[in-house]
Design a protein around this ligand. Structure first.
Ligand code: PGD
Length: 796
């Protein structure tokens, strides 16, 4: 496995993916139909048990993740029929530590619908809708109608009178809260700001904190027709643009960037950015005109940078001691920025750790010090490259959206506080300046997400899920979340239903034709909820008398009538469906709200209290949080390595699947070694631990342990181990309190704490661990086998 140092995993083009079951696009087939996925638009046809897949013809850089569809339809990991945990069936609803440890009993749809409707009625009438957690976070599948979260929220609003929801995301838990305080509009910052075309044409220097990894921009919710990042980066580089990658993983920047790698200790970007500002100020190269006209609070922040307020000037030497980057290198970088069209980018990953608000705020301030906000290709491109629909033009007409109705419950939690909520009902916590209380949840209902993938400290999550009366999960496959449920309802894949694929920053709207019949007795989420709604006497309100096809026509009408209003060709639904796609117009590349703000800050103030960029926030000062001061600052982390756990674990996004989706798919499987997820570490660290390339290793800390396969690479910083998320949790002995995950799910190791009292975001990206060579007999991988009792397939 050595030699693959510069890619997180060997990259294979979709067009040479024969062994992953891809159709190379050589033969003309009339039966290929257009479809969409979060990793791109494609066409496919059923071929026996397999799916032949072709990337979208106009996509210059299609994602090899499409290869995961080829063997997915009939994989044994699919769920074939409704299942109920034996203990729930025999002993009824109630807290139960046997979740995830017991056999399942297959039941018919009629039986499960009856039992579940009864349980929903019991909780609603006995405890009220505020005892239902329907946050149900997760990416689910592309398609605007069968969007699992919209469906579940609509159902709970109509049938239960509401539910406790979650706010923000695991992707951007800290930035979604800090950005409105600093720059006003989060959505505008990410969705309507600097574009890749501007980078290709205008940017002179890109300071990429956390990189611009193409594995991340391969993904875009809803599906996109073109992956443009690689081409734009290559074009910018050919023009002479300089790319600097700040981070511990060299593969976080594509080779086309020919980036200078500033190899820093994970989580120390804020210190390094502070030192860049210090150097700029000392050399009088900060843009004082910009800071005075467009910002508030510079003086207070400058006093902190210079050490006036805390006695510690944030010099390059100070930052070297924290980040490991030589002071001379920091000073040299700072000296080459002024007067250039500089774009500062900060990856989502940086804010997915303790004090994750700081690098985002600090990135915004560094960009202000350089004064390039609002200029083409300059300023602050937060999260550029993190998702494929960032850095692109916006569509000029609205897309289809399923209304979710009114939620009668006001209560919510920040999404990553789910285990805290279930373990500590009634307990107080702080969030964005408020003191709130966790609700007392009896029933958790999940559709379209996998908390046993996305949450931290999975052993703690198991304890949390043991506390509820009932856990209901709709799933396509036997994920660990499904295995921990009481009631498991088999859901179709998008390939097995009709839908509309759409993303608001991509012009191609796709008529997603059905490519295969549902697996076993699987039903789409809409049909499942329609059945339950009928059993709860609200069937008509939920369906509004429409079947799926009628809903698609109804949702499409929003776009059609907007086109008509603009005197543009506006084909009816039947024509759209027949054609397979519709290309919608896009708005001009106008630089968004930051350009308007630069042009005239009085007419177009930011949506911050001052209307300016808030380098110092009086609002945050008023919150009085010790872990989130009123201006960006460097703070030590609890998760930093120590003697017991001397390595940083970077648990980042995978390159061969989206999160945990289709981990059993051919492309994801092709990246495993001896069945395990691959962890990358520096050869010097491996040598010190007696680990050779390809060895099975055990990663461990006080929270848990998992196995992985070692790959050695100097593309990873010494002292760092990289293990992507998404390998399905596979406890060696589920009876244990802290079982060994034999497969390589890093979330058995991560710390379940919020970023700070301000945002309470997910901190899963960085954790301290230890590592050793695994010498025992290699346990089998059972994550993709149906659990006990679930072996019956439909028709058996
Ligand atoms: P997915 O694997 O996409 O992960 O967490 P998320 O829960 O979104 O889960 C989606 C699930 O939905 C899959 O199990 C899939 O089978 C199911 N599904 C797909 N389509 C349908 C459908 O139509 N109906 C139903 N009922 N189910 C469906 C992602 C989350 O993980 C995110 S966004 C991020 S950014 C976080 N990243 C990290 C990280 O960087 N580091 C760590 N340690 N942890 C993270 N967790 C977070």
């Amino acid at each position: 496995m050595a030699g693959a140092a510069d890619g997180p995993l060997p990259r294979r083009s979709v067009c040479d993916g024969k062994d992953a079951g891809m159709d190379g696009g050589q033969s003309e087939q009339s039966t290929f139909k257009l479809h969409s996925s979060h990793w791109g638009i494609f066409s496919a046809r059923r071929n026996g048990d397999r799916l032949d897949v072709r990337p979208y013809a106009d996509d210059p850089d299609p994602s090899p993740m499409l290869g995961n569809f080829t063997n997915a339809l009939n994989h044994p990991a699919r769920i074939a029929q409704p299942m109920i945990r034996q203990g729930w069936l025999e002993r009824g609803a109630g807290p139960d530590a046997r979740r995830g440890r017991e056999a399942f009993v297959p039941v018919s749809w009629d039986v499960v619908t009856d039992l579940l409707a009864g349980e929903l009625r019991r909780v609603r009438d006995g405890h009220g809708p505020g005892a239902v957690f329907g946050g149900s976070y997760g990416w689910a599948s592309a398609g605007r109608f069968h969007h699992a979260q919209s469906q579940i929220h609509r159902f709970l609003n109509i049938a239960m009178g509401g539910y406790v929801r979650s706010v923000n995301s695991y992707s951007a838990g800290a930035s979604a809260v800090i950005v409105p305080h600093v720059l006003g509009d989060y959505s505008g910052l990410t969705m309507h700001n600097v574009t890749w075309q501007q980078v290709a044409e205008e940017t002179e220097v890109v300071l990429a904190f956390g990189g611009l990894a193409l594995k991340n921009s391969a993904v875009a919710g809803g599906g996109i027709s073109q992956h443009v990042e690689r081409g734009a980066i290559a074009a910018a580089r050919a023009r002479g643009c300089r790319f600097l990658l700040f981070g511990p993983l060299r593969p976080d920047m594509p080779a086309e960037a020919e980036a200078e790698w500033i190899n820093l200790v994970p989580g120390t970007d804020t210190a390094l950015m502070l030192a860049l500002v210090y150097c700029l100020v000392k050399d009088n190269k900060h843009d004082i005109g910009f800071l005075e006209r467009y910002c508030v609070g510079w003086e207070k922040f400058e006093a902190y940078v210079l050490g006036v307020t805390d006695g510690q000037p944030k010099t390059a030497a100070w930052a070297e001691a924290i980040s490991g980057v030589p002071a001379a290198q920091i000073a040299a970088i700072a000296s080459q920025l002024a007067g250039k069209r500089v774009l500062v980018t900060v990856a989502h990953s940086l804010q997915r750790s303790e004090h994750g608000e700081q690098p985002v705020w600090m990135g915004a301030v560094l960009a202000a010090v350089l004064g390039q906000y609002g200029l083409p290709g300059g300023g602050f491109g937060y999260a550029m490259g993190a998702i494929g629909y960032y850095g692109r033009r916006n569509n000029a007409v609205p897309g289809p959206t399923l209304g979710q109705g009114q939620n009668g419950v006001e209560d919510f939690i920040p999404v990553a506080r789910i285990a805290d909520m279930l373990l500590n009902p009634g307990e107080r916590y702080r969030y964005n300046g408020e003191t709130r209380r966790y609700p007392d949840i009896r029933l958790v209902y999940w559709a379209g997400g996998n908390p046993f993938h996305h949450h931290q400290d999975l052993n703690r999550l198991r304890q949390a899920f043991a506390r509820v009366d009932t856990l209901v999960v709709h799933e396509q496959a036997w994920t660990a979340t499904a295995r921990h449920a009481d009631i498991v309802l088999p859901a179709t894949m998008s390939l097995e239903r009709e839908d509309i694929g759409y993303s608001s920053n991509d012009p191609v709207m796709v008529a997603m034709h059905r490519l295969a019949e549902p697996y076993g007795e699987a039903r789409d989420d809409y049909t499942i909820f329609a059945g339950l709604a009928a059993a709860l006497d609200v069937g008509e309100r939920f369906t509004e008398g429409r079947d799926s096809r009628a809903w698609l026509a109804h949702l499409y009408e929003r776009t059609r009538s907007a086109l008509e209003a603009q005197n543009l060709p506006a084909p009816g639904f039947a024509e759209f469906w027949e054609q397979g796609k519709l290309v919608v117009p896009q708005k001009p590349d106008d630089g968004g709200y930051l350009r308007a703000f630069r042009d005239d800050p009085d007419t177009h103030p930011l949506k911050t209290p001052s209307g300016r960029i808030e380098i110092y926030s009086e609002t945050i000062a008023g919150f009085g949080e010790a872990d989130c001061p009123p201006h960006p600052a460097w703070m030590d982390k609890r998760s930093a390595p120590d003697r017991a756990a001397p390595f940083y674990l970077v648990a980042n996004q995978p390159a061969t699947r989206l999160h945990s989706q289709l981990d059993f798919g051919a492309f994801s499987q092709s990246s495993k070694h001896r069945g395990r997820e691959v962890a990358t570490l520096h050869p010097a660290d491996a040598a010190a631990k007696g680990i050779a390339d390809g060895d099975i290793i055990k990663l461990f800390n006080q929270r848990g342990a998992c196995l992985a396969a070692a790959r050695l690479s100097d593309g990873v910083s010494p002292g760092v181990i990289q293990l992507a998320t998404g390998a399905w949790y596979d406890p060696q002995d589920p009876e244990d309190e802290k079982p060994l995950c034999v497969h390589g799910n890093p979330n058995v190791l991560t710390l379940d704490v919020g970023t700070s009292n301000l945002a309470q975001g997910c901190t899963g990206q960085l954790t301290a661990v230890n590592v050793e060579k695994f010498e025992g007999n290699l346990p089998p991988i059972r994550a993709y086998e149906p659990p006990r009792g679930a072996l019956l397939k439909a028709g058996d």
